[in-house]
Design a protein around this ligand. Structure first.
Ligand code: SAM
Ligand code: DTB
Ligand code: SF4
Length: 345
């Protein structure tokens, strides 16, 4: 049984990110009711706690820039209700084959030139075949050699596939829990929650960092949002990167008419993610265009310290890079320094 943690847990002193991550993880365990209690705090109280946690864990206060590239778009056999890439929904997305290595590297070079820290390659697969893994490992090696952090999101992974990606130099694997376990079955039926947890544990066992978050605003209750964050925060250790997507309701998907979540509830969700996963990079992900500048500014105050950067997510739009640079500059936010180029052996 996991130990519980009070909301009043004292802040950890400033230490290296790696130490903090291990230390916090050892004692972290959140009940759904504790997380609901955070959600229920007066707004300013919640924001204050989130800021305190953020400052104690990220003294540099920088924002990470991650650029996405859809290396294999559309035609996916899964039925995720939010996703424009599912073959069964009549959306504007056309299915494409896996991109060539050269095209991927060209996009990665452009991302690097625009100041990106991380390059994340996404594929609309239920799970990759072994021959896909071979092609993606060449991409990972090439992107890594440019001096970018690498991330991939290719669907479910077997242990040997995770190992092959890690050996190629993959730093992060993105695989989302997406929502709470009890809401999950109303969103996706073609694979289960446990399948997701199994992939995450294969990624960990292979020695890669985990990028795992989800989507809010799909019609879930606050309690279900709290349960979703509890699952993330209680992963042992909790993910190093936590993308929080706001649903982008795409025409043709079952969620096309979903009413948007109250923006303040979205900001609360970011704050609660920051408090419960103090040393994780909390990424303001899909849906930023719809949020607008003021809500995004509140999200940064609430502890978001990463964004998807570049005018395209996978198939939907994102703010222009220049617009984001201006927003960050206006808010006086620094961007994370890019990691150094690595020499391929
Ligand atoms: N096929 C792989 C998978 O499902 O893991 C990787 C790509 S999938 C598009 C990655 C994530 O994008 C999903 O888990 C979901 O959280 C997010 N996503 C997809 N469509 C979205 C939408 N319309 N709005 C917000 N987030 C979305
Ligand atoms: C994540 O959590 N969000 C990104 C990334 N991981 C792969 C994807 C967002 C996709 C939004 C819809 C689209 O552009 O197709
Ligand atoms: Fe396929 Fe991933 Fe979209 Fe689900 S979220 S339909 S698995 S591409």
């Amino acid at each position: 049984m996991q130990a519980t943690q009070t909301i009043e847990k004292p802040l950890t002193q400033v230490k290296s990110q790696k130490d903090l991550h291990k230390e916090v993880d050892a004692s972290a365990a959140w009940s759904v009711s504790q997380i609901e209690a955070l959600f229920a705090l007066p707004f300013n109280e919640l924001m204050f706690k989130a800021q305190e946690t953020h400052r104690a864990n990220f003294p540099d206060g920088d924002v990470e820039l991650a650029t996405l590239l859809s290396i294999k778009t559309g035609g996916c056999p899964e039925d995720c209700s939010y996703c424009p890439q599912a073959a069964r929904y009549d959306t504007d997305v056309k299915a494409n084959k896996l991109m060539d290595l050269d095209e991927v590297l060209e996009a990665a070079r452009a991302a690097k030139a625009a100041g990106s820290n991380r390059f994340c390659m996404g594929a609309a697969w239920r799970e990759p075949k072994d021959r896909d893994i071979e092609k993606v490992t060449a991409m990972i090696k090439g992107v890594k050699a440019l001096g970018l952090e690498t991330c991939a999101t290719l669907g479910m992974l077997e242990a040997n596939q995770a190992l092959a990606l890690q050996e190629a130099g993959l730093d992060f694997y993105n695989h989302n829990l997406d929502t709470s376990e009890d809401f999950y079955s109303s969103v996706i039926s073609t694979r289960g929650y446990q399948d997701r947890l199994d992939t995450i544990s294969n990624v960990r066992a292979a020695g890669m960092s985990v990028c795992c978050g989800g989507i809010v605003g799909m019609g879930e209750s606050r309690e279900q949002r709290a349960a979703f964050l509890a699952r993330l925060a209680n992963l042992s250790p909790y993910p190093e990167s936590v993308p929080i997507n706001h649903l982008v309701p795409v025409a043709g998907t079952p969620l096309e008419d979903q009413k948007p979540l109250d923006p303040l509830e979205f900001v609360r969700t970011i704050a609660v993610a920051r408090i419960t996963m103090p040393s994780a990079r909390v990424r303001l992900s899909a849906g930023r265009q719809e949020l607008g500048r003021a809500v995004q500014a509140m999200c940064f105050q609430a502890g978001a310290n990463s964004i998807f950067y570049g005018e395209q997510l996978l198939t939907t739009g994102n703010p222009e890079a220049e617009q984001d640079r201006q927003l960050l500059a206006e808010l006086g936010l620094k961007t994370k320094q890019s990691c150094k180029a690595e020499v391929l052996v």
